[in-house]
Design a protein around this ligand. Structure first.
Ligand code: GLN
Length: 283
């Protein structure tokens, strides 16, 4: 049988649905569009009735098999959209999440009318937060991304280059290698507890544990980061942090215990508390 784009998409969607994907149609489209070298999924629809060669069908089949075994689409295509920008990702680097866009928005709102601030993105991963902030603020601030993982730093540097962003990347365990005072600390740190049973199996299997898990309580990294940020922030500077479902109250408390003022909690698009912001008191 000769497959058309439309028919093959339908079949792949059915297979991925049966295999438990939560977004089978989107996955099927992203993988076919990648496999055919299209720039966007729209091209699938403008070529809906186009027949595919045997080789094209075979190449796509291999990708669907990988996806059916649970591999995230972003690791198969090597790319993930975040804040409208396309980021390179690979195994060993956390795939940017749409929830994290809220963190970027919260910081952007507070720095957009200023200039020359020193902003540190802690645990930068693919660099998605640092680079999106750099794009949005049009290089008005000095942005540094730090990570403990060499692999993450390599990918983040490539992303900064591809997106023409002068972000500096540096190896550091949290803020330990930062020797100057900064205006903003932003981070999507690991915040999952080792005992949390809600984490998707495919996330645990494919994504880096160091980017996800914090320790027994889930607050271990957030706690250390708040403590270190207290030392490194200039008076009047602020910290913005992402955290997990149900952690908001405790994160607020931790910030207040360390003297952060005006602590605010922001909800993500699903209505879940997701981001905390606290200002270091003026001294
Ligand atoms: N900053 C990156 C992101 O938000 C990586 C975060 C992490 O590794 N915990 O996607």
């Amino acid at each position: 049988m000769k497959w058309t784009i439309g028919a093959l998409l339908k079949r792949a969607t059915e297979i991925l649905r049966e295999r438990g994907s939560r977004s089978p149609r989107l996955d099927a489209e992203l993988l076919l569009s990648y496999s055919l070298g299209f720039k966007s999924r729209v091209e699938l629809y403008t070529n809906f009735d186009r027949p595919l060669t045997e080789e094209e069908v075979e190449n796509y089949r291999k990708l669907i098999v990988r996806r059916a075994k649970g591999e995230p689409v972003a690791y198969i295509t090597g790319r993930k959209e975040f804040f409208g920008f396309s980021f390179k990702v690979e195994r060993g680097v956390l795939i940017p999440r749409s929830e994290t866009e809220l963190l970027v928005e919260v910081v952007y709102e507070r720095v957009k009318d200023k200039e020359g601030l020193k902003i540190i993105d802690v645990g930068t991963g693919s660099g998605c937060i640092a680079i999106s902030l750099c794009k949005l603020t049009k290089n008005k601030h000095e942005i540094i991304g730090v990570d403990i993982s060499e692999k993450a730093l390599k990918v983040a540097k490539e992303n900064a280059e591809n997106l023409s962003c002068p972000v500096e990347f540096k190896k550091s365990n949290l803020l330990k290698e930062i020797n100057e005072k900064v205006d903003v600390v932003v981070s999507n740190p690991p915040y999952i507890s080792f005992d949390d049973k809600r984490v998707d199996r495919e996330v645990v299997k494919f994504e880096p544990a160091v980017a996800l898990f914090a320790g027994k309580t889930g607050f271990e990294v957030i706690e250390s980061l708040i403590k270190e940020a207290r030392e490194k922030l200039k008076p009047g500077g602020f910290i913005a942090l992402e955290f997990g479902e149900g952690q908001g109250e405790r994160v607020k408390e931790l910030l207040e215990e360390r003297g952060f003022k005006g602590v605010k909690i922001f909800k993500d698009l699903s209505g879940i508390d997701r981001v905390a912001l606290g200002v270091k008191e003026d001294v």
